[in-house]
Unconditional design. Structure first.
Length: 301
């Protein structure tokens, strides 16, 4: 089975120079006089990565059948059309997923979310891998396009995963559609911050570049060529592995990195396909109990 390893960096932007940091409290007067030591890393709880948009099995069969059925006398296109209908354009076969986290801020001051680096491996058990990367900035409310930061997904620590670790990634494999702070919200590119001693649920939505992912899924269709020849629709499953780093902006103190993953799972492409809602509520893979403000932060994955 040919695989695609998708490595992506999603930057929700370095907010230095943006108005959001003007609201970050002055940490120079914290007890003990050590501001950097007083600021604790927020807790990150991975809550799941769910498919929220996909074509139906019939659409995928109609797309792949003419390529893999290999029927005699050049009849594949006509026979496949009779079985599954007209072949759709790649743009009609969009896949998207939501990556969800719960963020807990144990500090007595709000901490803005700065950037999220995510690495994903599609079909991680296979050998042939292709890399893709994306880095997308979010800006404070009312300041669209506040400027790109080339260091948004970079880390100085060797123990923290950085965008430079995935320098061989191909462009346009994955596209960020924005971040939402609650189920049902439309994803936007407005950067949130986590209030003092509080929790925030965030959901980052991605869509795959159709041509790239369809090239990967073709291997599933090749394995199901005999089914397609007789008009049967194969089952499509997409195994994945996710890992990365969430960066928080501490103003003049720099950034606070918190790692997550690796976590693994499988997206089951539904028979009838999926059409996303504005915010597409996603059932978490793990549903940790909410803690009271000031309580112990959930462990970082």
């Amino acid at each position: 089975m040919q695989a695609s390893r998708l490595l992506l960096g999603l930057s929700v932007g370095s907010l230095a120079g943006c108005a959001m940091l003007d609201n970050l409290p002055n940490l120079s007067n914290v007890p003990g006089g050590n501001a950097a030591a007083a600021l604790k890393p927020p807790g990150i709880t991975y809550q799941g990565a769910a498919l929220v948009q996909s074509p139906s099995h019939k659409m995928l069969a109609a797309y792949y059948c003419p390529e893999v059925a290999n029927l005699p006398l050049g009849s594949s296109a006509a026979v496949c059309r009779g079985f599954f209908g007209p072949r759709p354009a790649p743009e009609q076969l969009t896949f998207a997923f939501d990556l969800r986290f719960r963020i807990s801020n144990p500090n007595k001051v709000p901490v803005p979310l700065a950037s999220i680096l995510t690495a994903a491996t599609v079909f991680p058990a296979a050998t042939h891998q292709a890399l893709g990367a994306v880095c997308t900035q979010l800006c404070p409310e009312g300041q669209p396009g506040c400027g790109a930061d080339p260091n948004a997904c970079q880390a100085s620590s060797r123990d923290i995963r950085s965008l430079s670790d995935f320098a061989g990634a191909a462009a346009n494999f994955l596209v960020s559609q924005g971040l939402a702070m609650a189920a049902g919200q439309k994803p936007t590119f407005v950067a949130p911050r986590v209030s003092a001693a509080a929790e925030l649920d965030v959901s980052v939505r991605f869509s795959f570049g159709p041509q790239q992912l369809l090239g990967v899924l073709k291997q599933l269709a090749v394995q199901s060529a005999d089914q397609l020849k007789v008009g049967n629709m194969p089952t499509f499953q997409i195994p994945f592995k996710l890992e990365g780093t969430v960066f928080f902006d501490a103003g003049s103190l720099g950034r606070i990195p918190v790692g997550f993953g690796p976590v693994a799972g499988t997206w089951q492409v539904p028979t009838g396909g999926l059409i996303p809602s504005a915010g597409a509520a996603v059932a978490p893979a793990v549903a940790p109990a909410r803690r009271p403000a000031g309580g112990a932060a959930p462990p970082a994955l």
